[in-house]
Design a protein around this ligand. Structure first.
Ligand SMILES: [Cu+2]
Length: 499
């Protein structure tokens, strides 16, 4: 698949939507397209809230019609750059996956027109909202699905302030595997002890895709084995950083529409989870964390004061979720000397490289030739060399001189002299080794029948594991001998019986 074809596909989509918007849908509010890169988040005149900043995304403008905020979402195929070097053919709303963020105020009456330009029927479910049952957007249950080419309208009052999302509830497995989703933020109308005013308010949705190296369309029948882990359908180093001013009160809203949980971890600061898609967390139920798990279908609001300058990692703590989309079936090669076979393989496969002998970081540095439209497994470049990360990873950039409302990237942090880890070449203190463990020689397999019961420990009467044979093979008549040259085990808390 050539990149040129993606662009011509995207152009055709844009022309089609323009044509429809001008004629048949003239009475509808504009189906806004994403603003140009770098423009400030949309905010209506007189808004008293701090607008949310959707990483690599945008807020959908509304029009006011007799006191009702009217939005127009168009579900359609889109082309999304995942990170520089990779474009994907996804489904999104209004030209992007995820769709634009809907931002309203508690108590607003909201009317949402949804036009379906997908090849199959869809709906929109307003995840977490209090609304009339018939507005809940479950195909077949609360409404017939929206057929291709049709426009439906939803209307309800945004009753609860909080962090929500929207996504299809028709052929969900396919439509969410294609990236069809968006964020919804309802700001509080009045001050509340449970909802802090913040200086910076960031939001992103997590999505996963299964995409073969070199291809551009996700496989939609994958259940669990995804290989591309994204925030707002972007991967590091393509994810916006979070620039804040030293001392800012910061909120990060995270939603999970992947098929697995993501422990979200922030460096250098503690945060509290102040809200979920169920609403604000009572003050008595908050505790400090540096990692919080966001399970499937959940949203979490993280809040903290950014009081340490620097470039702080913010990432999913599942290490394979901070890697790019290469194949899974790479054998572990650490400690394997491949030099003996390398010449032979290179005769058959010119340019073949032995991989992974010293770990996988070397893959980030080698810049191997990749199939077209494929990201490297780890692609980032930091101020001190290769940053072996991809996937769900970005940076909280805390700067003393970042201006209020300035979301431009301040560049790399320059630590004050003497405050950075450095190489040491002087004399060293002892590096004590772990206490030696007694090793029992493995008895020959035939002594144990089917090998079901290991020999009972003879040298460690307070060993943690007590094997009581329950039927089956009897323990060996004579205990295996222990190598007398081995040191004996020093048992912690001798006499204690720990199970
Ligand atoms: Cu993860």
């Amino acid at each position: 698949m050539q990149r040129r074809q993606f662009f011509s596909g995207a152009m055709a989509g844009t022309l089609a939507s323009a044509a429809v918007a001008r004629s048949a849908l003239a009475a509808l509010p504009d189906a806004h397209q994403p603003p140009s890169a770098g423009s400030a988040p949309w905010r209506p005149d007189g808004a008293r809230y701090t607008p949310v900043v959707t990483l690599n995304g945008w807020t959908l403008p509304w029009r006011l019609n007799q006191g009702v905020k009217e939005f127009h979402l168009v579900a359609e195929p889109v082309v999304r750059e995942i990170a520089p070097g990779m474009q994907m053919r996804l489904w999104g709303y209004n030209g992007q996956s995820p769709g634009p963020t809907i931002e309203v105020v508690e108590g607003d009456r909201v009317r949402l027109f949804v036009t379906n330009r997908l090849p199959e029927a869809t709906t929109v479910h307003w995840h977490g909202q209090r609304l009339p049952n018939g507005m809940d957007g479950v195909a077949g249950l609360t409404q017939p699905a929206i057929e291709p080419g049709k426009t439906w309208v939803y209307e309800f009052v945004a009753r609860r302030p909080g962090t929500f999302m929207y996504h299809p509830h028709a052929d969900e497995m396919v439509q969410m595997a294609m990236g069809l989703m968006g964020l919804w933020i309802t700001h509080p109308r009045q001050t509340s002890p449970l909802i802090s005013k913040v200086d910076r308010d960031f939001a992103f949705l997590m999505a996963s895709y299964n995409v073969e190296p070199g291809s551009a369309t996700p496989q939609v029948n994958t259940m669990l084995d995804f290989n591309l882990w994204t925030w707002n359908s972007r991967t590091f180093p393509g994810i916006d950083s979070l620039p804040v001013r030293l001392g800012d009160k910061v909120r990060i809203r995270v939603g999970n529409l992947t098929m697995t949980n993501h422990p979200i971890h922030l460096h250098g600061h503690e945060f509290t989870v102040t809200g979920t898609d169920g609403g604000p967390v009572p003050l008595s139920a908050r505790w400090p964390e540096v990692t919080t798990d966001v399970a499937v279908g959940q949203m979490r609001q993280l809040e903290f004061v950014a009081d340490e300058e620097g470039d702080w990692a913010l990432h999913c703590h599942k290490s394979h979720h901070t890697m790019g989309p290469m194949g899974h079936n790479v054998p572990t090669m650490i400690g394997v000397d491949q030099s003996a076979v390398l010449d032979k393989i290179q005769n058959l496969v010119p340019g073949y490289m032995a991989m992974g002998e010293r770990g996988m970081a070397e893959m980030g540095q080698m810049r191997m030739p990749l199939p077209e439209n494929t990201l490297p497994m780890m692609g980032g470049q930091g101020p001190h060399g290769s940053l072996d990360m991809g996937g769900m990873f970005t940076l909280l950039k805390v700067r003393r001189h970042q201006k209020p409302g300035d979301y431009s990237d301040p560049g790399w942090y320059q630590p004050p002299a003497g405050s950075m880890a450095r190489e040491w070449t002087g004399p060293l203190p002892d590096a004590p080794q772990a206490p030696a463990q007694a090793v029992q020689p493995a008895p020959p397999a035939h002594e144990h029948g089917a090998g079901m019961h290991p020999a009972p420990p003879t040298q460690a009467p307070h060993h943690h594991l007590h094997h009581t044979p329950q039927g089956g093979a009897a323990p060996p008549a004579t205990p295996p001998t222990v190598d007398p040259t081995l040191p004996t085990v020093r048992k912690p808390g001798a006499g204690a019986h720990a199970h």
